[in-house]
Design a protein around this ligand. Structure first.
Ligand code: LLP
Length: 416
């Protein structure tokens, strides 16, 4: 939801200049209209398959106000920890639309999720099946599970975010999954309800999604022949978004049409777990130019946001577009934009052409809504930055800036 008025960049009806002035920098900014539109686009894309539930993947951005917006639009949630469970309980989510993924669920997490009444666990190992059975027996109930199968599909994305390959830690290999289903269906306190797969993230090619779903379809029929009736197929998340100006990700409608075609044969409930494709392009990080420095090879722009605030460029060499908040057409220079952290890898972007840079001016880091604030850290004892939601002409603080006192409050000085 970007606009340019008099060379100034606006998110909805508020300029980044104003936001930086009022909320300080660095600061995460989200457009409410963009969040809502992305969600409605998904709903619209899947309206041809009424048995679809969108379970927003909370890990992409877990801010309570953002969760509340999706909840009010009818979203369910994909969670991976007790912390995420507490978040969705806090915003009043419907337990029947919650799925719980993750490879290392603890006893207390499992118990709490059963008591909340979630739709199903995505079980990632035989050991986890035993744990869920034991805990649900203690609670005198039956837990609903789906097995996360690893379909051994190459999603053709960054290796760190490929999860459906044989070599990854996720899920149970598809060839072993029949045994897992047989075991699970014999357990007294387990009700088998689903099949799940999540093959990776930031995926542009739709073929791996189709290949993965075809393998799940095959498994669905095998299970039916064995008398195990599957009610849900959960295809995970993973749809890619535009980061570079010339990126052309698949549309939600293209994605939906491929999935719906297969689902119409299977004809059971469909669960989606999108994260990035709902929030990624709705968020920005504003940062201020602190210093400019020239070495004999490079011009550096040193800004006040670092790898502790946005880790993706350092961790995955991920590209985020960076632009001025007030554009200009003169004095173009090429810069490496670097943060304040004492690490060579604290580079937000290499070789960025910017015009007429002045100390103290604000830059906008784009597509920062997913895996931005949630992956930030306190490295170099830097407090976490505030988060702001813009809706029309108004900006709301949806997370206050952390204080140094809060940073230190859990530490204990021992007597020496
Ligand atoms: N479901 C499961 C089981 C997942 O593990 C994930 C993401 C999702 C859904 C949501 O995937 P999405 O629609 O957002 O692609 N930190 C990395 C991304 C890690 C993704 C982890 N799992 C990044 O910054 O690119």
């Amino acid at each position: 939801m970007l606009n340019v008025i008099d060379n100034k960049l606006f998110v909805e009806d508020v300029s980044f200049e104003y936001l930086a002035g009022v909320h300080g920098t660095p600061c995460y900014i989200y457009s409410k209209a963009a969040l809502v539109n992305e969600f409605l686009d998904y709903q619209d894309a899947f309206k041809g398959y009424s048995k679809t539930t969108i379970c927003y993947s909370v890990k992409a951005n877990s801010n309570l106000s953002i969760l509340k917006i999706f909840n009010s639009l009818g979203s369910g949630f994909d969670i991976v920890s007790e912390g995420e469970l507490d978040r969705i309980i806090k915003i009043g989510a419907d337990p029947k639309k919650v799925v719980f993924s993750g490879v290392a669920k603890s006893d207390s997490e499992i118990a709490k999720a059963i008591e909340f009444g979630i739709c199903f666990f995505n079980v990632e190992s035989f050991d986890e099946l035993l744990a869920i059975n034991r805990i649900s027996e203690d609670l005198g109930t039956k837990a609903r599970v789906s097995i996360r199968v690893n379909p051994d599909i190459d999603p053709k994305t960054h290796p760190y975010i490929s999860t459906g390959l044989k070599t990854s830690k996720f899920g149970i290999a598809i060839e072993d999954s029949l045994d897992a289903y047989i075991e699970a269906s014999k357990m007294n306190n387990i009700q088998v309800v689903g099949i799940d797969a999540h093959i990776g993230s930031q995926i542009f090619d739709l073929q791996p999604f189709e290949d993965s779903l075809a393998r799940l379809e095959n498994l669905f029929y095998k299970l039916r022949d064995m008398g195990i009736n599957i009610q849900f197929i959960d295809i995970g998340g993973g749809l890619g978004i535009k980061y570079k100006d010339d990126d052309i990700p698949p549309t939600k409608a293209d994605f939906a049409s491929k999935i719906i075609k297969i689902m119409k044969n299977i004809n059971c409930n469909l669960v989606l777990e999108p994260g990035r494709s709902l929030v990624g392009n709705a968020g920005y990080l504003i940062t201020k130019v602190v210093y400019e420095k020239k070495s004999n090879k490079k011009n550096f722009l040193i800004v006040d946001a670092g790898m502790n605030d946005i880790l993706r460029p350092s961790l995955y060499s991920a590209y985020h577009k960076i632009s001025k908040s007030i554009s200009s057409s003169k004095n173009k220079k090429v810069y490496d934009i670097v943060g304040p952290i004492c690490e060579t890898g604290d580079v937000l972007s290499y070789d960025v052409a910017l015009n007429d840079i002045k100390l103290g001016e604000n830059l906008v880091i784009h597509s920062a809504g997913a895996y931005g604030s949630v992956m930030s850290s306190n490295y170099n004892s830097r407090p976490k930055v505030p988060e702001v939601l813009v809706s029309g002409k108004t900006s709301y603080t949806i997370k206050k800036k952390e204080t140094i006192d809060q940073l230190l409050q859990n530490e204990v000085i021992i007597d020496d």
